[in-house]
Design a protein around this ligand. Structure first.
Ligand SMILES: Cc1ncc(COP(=O)(O)O)c(C=O)c1O
Length: 367
């Protein structure tokens, strides 16, 4: 009987327990000193001036957009191939979404198509670092500067990854990370916004805490500007700090995993493993594959108790954003062929070999 291989799996241990117990013993389980420490540690890892902990990646993207002045009446460009949260976060600000196609092999916003999509109401672009792969930031920064657009990055899946040496999430006016359960660092749910600008940082703190600049008892506090409640608690931050201690080890494991799959499947017909720029610091959380018969491969893996995950449907095919397929060929192709291979932190070489042999059997018709 084959042992199940999960696609991805949360790993916590004694360090998380010890830090969470400390928070409970302190009797301050709200957003507080441990959240601040987690923010400082994240800022250090990312090489940015400020990090602000929030409830989720979705909240992070929305607050980052609000902090740079995006709201009702504005239009924001969003790639068509991403988790739907990116588009929903734009909607949360009151702005509208304009979908743009992606590059077929890196899954990042197609910058030429983005430029063509800019209209009179376009005020910002939210590129998505799908699975740790950066968009073409040199071109995007130049485009935003030329057209007077804000650049706010969805780095939800890119903690610890770099684009040509630059930490993802540190580019543009602000970058948002997710700490949901299938991320390199998780706090169960949670998020972080990174920025190098003091004014954006100050506005983020107001936005996540009911417009307060100073927190008192909550009774007669002053709330001079509009804000909400998007706080990240000490309990969550305690888990995050313990996870951060494992970051380097996890990133090394991701590189090793990509090498295994490359060796095992690099020459297999019917499957392509899009390149990862390890020299530039790019790291993918999961190993992505483009497969001619992704449905058949997914079914065979499931039969063998091996987990995998299909790429998202293009956003334009979801009911709340539905529009015609024309112009979204990059997103459609990647969505139809894309499969994330088993990528859990403790994946063994034997599990990668088992996965590869099932894929080969389906694609070559040979056992
Ligand atoms: C690309 C992308 N954007 C945004 C999000 C939203 O993050 P969260 O689930 O923490 O709200 C996620 C992850 O879930 C994501 O993968």
């Amino acid at each position: 009987m084959n042992k199940p291989v999960p696609w991805f799996s949360v790993e916590t241990g004694a360090e998380e327990t010890a830090r969470v117990n400390q928070v409970i013993a302190s009797n301050y389980i709200n957003d507080g000193n441990v959240t601040r420490e987690f923010e400082r540690r994240c800022a250090e890892v990312l090489g940015v001036k400020h990090c602000v902990g929030v409830t989720s990646g979705t909240a992070g993207i929305a607050l980052a957009l609000m902090a740079v002045g995006i709201g009702p009446g504005d239009e924001v460009l969003v790639p068509d191939l991403t988790f739907i949260a990116t588009a929903n976060a734009v909607r949360l600000t009151g702005a509208s979404v304009r979908l743009v196609d992606v590059e077929p092999r890196r899954f990042a916003l197609d910058v030429a198509k983005a430029e063509a999509a800019i209209g009179p109401k376009t005020r910002a672009i939210v590129p998505v670092d799908v699975n740790g792969r950066g968009a073409d930031y040199g071109a995007l920064e130049a485009l935003c500067a030329k057209r007077g657009l804000e650049l706010v990055c969805d780095a939800a899946e890119a903690f610890g990854s770099r684009f040509q040496g630059r930490p993802l999430g540190s580019i543009g006016r602000a970058g948002a990370f997710s700490f949901s359960a299938n991320k390199t660092v998780t706090t169960g749910q949670g998020g972080m916004v990174a920025t190098n600008e003091d004014a954006v940082h100050d506005r983020l703190r107001e936005l996540k805490d009911q417009g307060r600049r100073h927190q008192g008892t909550g009774g007669n506090d002053l709330h001079p500007v509009l804000g909400f409640n998007f706080k990240l608690t000490n309990l969550q931050a305690a888990v995050g700090l313990a996870q951060l201690d494992r970051l380097e080890q996890r990133l090394e494991g991701f590189r090793r995993r990509n090498r295994w799959y490359q060796e095992l499947l690099g020459d297999c017909p019917g499957i392509a493993l899009p390149a990862v720029d390890h020299n530039g610091g790019e790291i993918t959380q999961w190993t992505d594959a483009l497969i001619e018969r992704a449905d058949a491969v997914e079914a065979a893996l499931t039969d063998d108790k091996i987990g995998s995950r299909r790429f998202w449907l293009p956003i334009h095919r979801q009911d709340s954003y539905r529009q015609a397929d024309a112009g979204f060929e990059g997103a459609i192709g990647a969505s139809e062929r894309g499969l994330w291979l088993p990528s859990h932190f403790s994946l063994t070489e034997a599990e990668a070999e088992r996965t590869a042999s099932v894929i080969r059997r389906v694609l070559t018709g040979r056992a």
